[in-house]
Design a protein. Structure first.
Length: 94
């Protein structure tokens, strides 16, 4: 099966980077990670990236820029991850 996902490095105007601690019910619980998740069938990777940031952090971001994409296998699945950067005007994202 082919799967698609996103990761977003969110920066604010004070050069802070947003990291989220992974929930206990997710793979790699307790680890720090960027916002991100799966791309739904009816959305583009860009739409998924914006949605995931909003869902996970309640932040609105602009200047979404594709940094790179990475392909790998997870078990029997072929996975493509799209890595983005984005800017928020939120002063403090700690």
């Amino acid at each position: 099966m082919k799967l698609y996902g996103t990761k977003v490095v969110v920066l604010n105007t004070g050069d802070q980077i947003l990291l989220l601690k992974r929930a206990d019910h997710l793979p790699s619980p307790g680890r720090w990670d960027f916002c991100g998740g799966g791309v739904d069938q009816d959305e583009s990777p860009e739409e998924a990236a914006l949605r995931e940031v909003q869902e996970e952090s309640s932040l609105t971001v602009t200047e979404l820029t594709l940094l790179f994409e990475e392909n790998h296998k997870e078990g029997e699945n072929d996975v493509t991850l799209y890595f983005y950067s984005a800017i928020t005007d939120q002063d403090d994202i700690s």
